[in-house]
Ligand binder design. Structure first.
Ligand SMILES: Cc1ncc(COP(=O)(O)O)c(C=O)c1O
Length: 399
């Protein structure tokens, strides 16, 4: 038997891991309502027509070659204009790198920052690849608390306690997956102050930046004076093009503290050649084109958010914080005597109610005794899922 690397075998991804038992049920002919993966394209959301047309046109016009490793000049310029509009940042296209979505940006950034034993502060709960990729690159995911009672805002004191001499950066995911939290301006400022105190860069995941229901997203890139910030974003959520695998990041680094890291990242970018060329043409259309589709889609999402929140508040044995952004809700299991842990709870829901959630502990220790629901599907699907789930809870609690 040829042995795989421990590095690769150690990877866990809760969101997809729960699919294996769901598939077993489906093989037996059972219809499982899957509310586990945050992919808008699986429901009634598509990238806007002007982006789809631009993608097809790029291919027909012969833009099927390798582009430059840092991204096409026109794409980087469109990103600069978009980010100036949204965040008022003072950047040029030299500060921008185009990637195979935010996931590749994370690989570059963690790969370029971490030596074995170094750590990155990541939120708990957080999107699982933060922990997985930090580990993959030999680092330690140093989880800081976000506080449910405070709308899942980061606990700045806990962040401070977790910083040590091997800390290389602070990662912020706002709006957050899985909690749907939107961080207050004051919190963003406090994170920057803390980073400044310890001379750390801030890595800011803004993939859901325009997907907010109440309040507006505040980027640390827009507030920083001297703290280096790496902002990541892409086409997957606000532009509804998950499968195109296109994203970007940029440096807001007025004092050039990240110059060597930039060089390391560029080396990583060169050995993977380039991001998709036609997708970059489509991204230009999205970044510079009309945004009316987003109002329409956010209207649908808000209706779904309000519906699922209302239903969940009526179900006994759980409690729920209302998400302010993204398309996830992260209820807490209050009645705990019937299950050993949140994974067992999610498996019980799957087998009895035929609804697939993701266990909260898969998002880090602060996710214990919670579960994540994706509320992208239409209300009728959410209604069927909530009917099954409510009946399940009432039955279990009566036992
Ligand atoms: C917070 C966060 N960052 C990044 C990603 C992945 O983004 P991409 O498709 O750009 O790799 C996701 C996907 O769900 C996410 O929730």
């Amino acid at each position: 038997m040829i042995r795989p690397s421990e590095r690769a075998m150690g990877i866990e991804y809760a969101i997809r891991d729960v699919v294996i038992p769901a598939r077993e049920l489906e093989k037996k002919g059972i219809n499982v309502i899957r509310l586990n993966i945050g992919d808008p394209g699986k429901y009634d959301f598509q990238p806007p027509k002007h982006m789809r047309d631009a993608y097809c046109k790029a291919i027909q016009d012969g833009h099927n070659y390798y582009g430059t490793s840092e991204g096409l000049p026109e794409t980087r310029e469109a990103i600069v204009q978009r980010e100036k509009r949204k965040n008022g940042v003072d950047i040029t296209s030299d500060d921008v790198r185009v990637t195979a979505a935010v996931t590749e940006a994370l690989q570059f950034i963690f790969g370029a920052l971490l030596n074995p034993g170094d750590n990155i502060l990541v939120p708990s709960p957080s999107y699982p690849p933060y922990v997985g990729l930090v580990k993959f690159y030999g680092g330690i995911a140093n989880e800081y608390l976000t506080v449910e009672e405070n709308g899942w805002q980061p606990d700045i004191d806990d962040m401070r306690k977790k910083i040590n001499e091997r800390t290389k950066a602070i990662a912020v995911i706002n709006p957050n997956n899985p909690t749907g939290a939107l961080y207050e301006r004051k919190t963003v400022r406090e994170i920057l102050d803390l980073a400044g105190e310890y001379d750390l860069p801030v890595i800011s995941d803004e993939i859901y930046d325009l997907m907010t229901y109440e309040g507006e997203h505040v980027s640390p890139g827009s507030l920083t004076k001297d703290v280096p910030v790496i902002v990541m974003n892409g086409m997957s959520k606000v532009y509804f093009a998950t499968g195109w695998r296109l994203g970007y990041f940029y440096y807001v680094d007025p004092e050039g503290k990240l110059d060597e890291v930039r060089e390391a990242i560029d080396k990583m970018a060169r050995i993977r050649i380039c991001p998709s060329t036609p997708a970059q043409f489509a991204a230009v259309a999205g970044l510079t084109g009309p945004m009316g589709y987003l109002d329409e889609y956010m209207g649908k999402l808000k209706e779904r958010r309000d519906y699922i929140y209302k239903r969940l508040t009526e179900i006994p044995g759980i409690s729920t914080t209302k998400p302010q952004g993204a398309f996830y809700i992260f209820p807490r299991i209050e009645e705990r005597s019937k299950w050993k842990n949140d994974f067992e709870f999610v498996m019980d829901v799957l087998h009895k109610a035929h609804v697939l959630f993701v266990h909260g502990s898969g998002f880090g220790y602060a996710g214990d005794w919670h579960f994540r629901i994706v509320f992208l599907p239409p209300v009728e699907t959410l209604e069927a899922a909530m009917n099954n789930f409510e009946a399940f809870m009432r039955e279990r609690l009566a036992e």
